[in-house]
Design a binder for this molecule. Structure first.
Ligand SMILES: *Cc1c(COP(=O)(O)O)cnc(C)c1O
Length: 369
């Protein structure tokens, strides 16, 4: 269906390339690079981003769910794809599309072995995840011998890698904990690899891990947010380039008299005369109500215009008093020059949530190649 909305998420593929090369420059030769493209490549566009990463020479991709991996295959992506939260119901389709599961518990290991046998697989690549302290998904150290027993003489599968995930790699005050996670993972990986014919490769770092713990890059790193231009810290953001910019136009301008109110529940009352602008996007597009009532601002002709009143489903009103602008003028919600991290912070959240929440209703456009 054609999308006639002026609101669009502009995706800069040159910025993606810059970030990829920048992150790669932090790695030793031979360290593999996995690009994380879950949740529509952090709200941008999974197929276009995956294609670009494939072109740039990424070694691996990761998604969260099997359905996301299937979309990538249908979009022509050939790279190996790790499915971080593959659930057993989807295993037959996962195998059909050559997607590689994260195996994180004895339950899913048994199910996967059954399915691989039923479908007459041999050496099907799987990835064993260890819990090193995040307490989300992964095997504990106590079951390593059990895993090895279950895998013994099971030629249906091949453990291609072992991995873990850090809990606070962006937070230097948690340095001690992060180092203990890295150490624990190494001992888990050693224990698992003992007496194995082939040594599975190892990975634990996400973007902030690459930036803060380069000595732990092991055999591969997994980067998401950094590829999209955010490094979880100002000093890293300046080396990265913002990929996604959410843009729209002014639909209508109103002049308010003192004591007039704006929007639902009359949440904003103007003490003095003001000019306000209505924008064609709202909480159904991913700009939630938490950004309303003076919290976040948008940029119009270089000036900050705060969101006033409650964010509606399909519209937002902003205060443009003192800003030289007209109906039809461009508005930057967040992006290049007005970071998603700063926008997100106004409502106590993080760039990840804001970016991934941009609804599929919003058109994606592309610049660069
Ligand atoms: C999402 C995710 C990543 C990517 O993290 P970033 O902070 O975006 O780089 C890496 N590994 C796992 C297991 C993930 O779930």
């Amino acid at each position: 269906m054609p999308n006639f909305s002026e609101t669009h998420l502009e995706i800069d593929l040159n910025a993606l390339e810059h970030n990829y090369r920048y992150l790669r420059s932090k790695l030793k030769r031979g360290t593999k690079f996995l690009g994380v493209v879950k949740a529509f490549a952090y709200g941008s566009d999974c197929i276009v981003i995956a294609k670009k990463l494939e072109q740039l020479g990424a070694d691996y991709l990761a998604v969260a769910y099997i359905s996301e991996g299937i979309s990538l295959r249908k979009g022509g992506i050939r790279l190996p794809i790790l499915v971080l939260h593959a659930q057993p119901q989807g295993y037959p389709l996962m195998i059909k599309h050559c997607l590689e599961p994260n195996i994180y518990s004895l339950r899913v290991l048994q199910k996967f072995l059954e399915e691989a046998k039923k479908l007459k697989q041999s050496n099907y690549p799987i990835h064993i995840k260890f819990n090193s302290g995040l307490n989300r998904l992964g095997f504990g150290t106590d079951v390593i011998s059990k895993i090895k027993t279950l895998l013994k003489d099971r030629s249906e599968v091949n453990v291609k890698s072992v991995f873990s995930h850090l809990a606070a790699s962006e937070d230097v005050s948690e340095d001690k904990f992060t180092l203990s996670q890295i150490k624990l993972f190494q001992s888990q990986a050693n224990l698992f690899s003992e007496n194995l014919e082939s040594r599975p490769f190892r990975h634990i770092l996400n973007t902030s891990g690459i930036l803060n713990y380069p000595e732990a890059q092991l055999d591969m790193v997994r980067s998401g947010i950094g590829l999209y231009g955010y490094g979880n810290e100002d000093r890293f953001d300046s080396d990265l380039k913002v990929v996604a910019s959410l843009k729209t136009i002014i639909s209508q301008i109103h002049s308010l008299q003192p004591n007039e109110t704006v929007g639902y529940n009359r949440a904003f009352t103007s003490a003095q005369s003001r000019r306000i602008a209505t924008l064609p996007l709202g909480h159904a597009d991913g700009i939630g109500r938490q950004y309303g009532n003076g919290k976040a601002s948008v940029i119009i002709n270089g000036s900050k215009a705060p969101i006033i009143g409650n964010v509606c489903m399909d519209m937002i009103m902003v205060d443009i008093t003192g800003i030289d602008c007209d109906e039809g003028d461009e508005v930057l919600i967040f992006g290049k020059g007005h970071s998603a991290e700063d926008f997100a912070k106004t409502a106590d959240t993080i760039s990840y949530e804001l970016l991934c929440g941009i609804s599929q209703r919003i058109k994606r456009t592309f610049v660069g190649d």
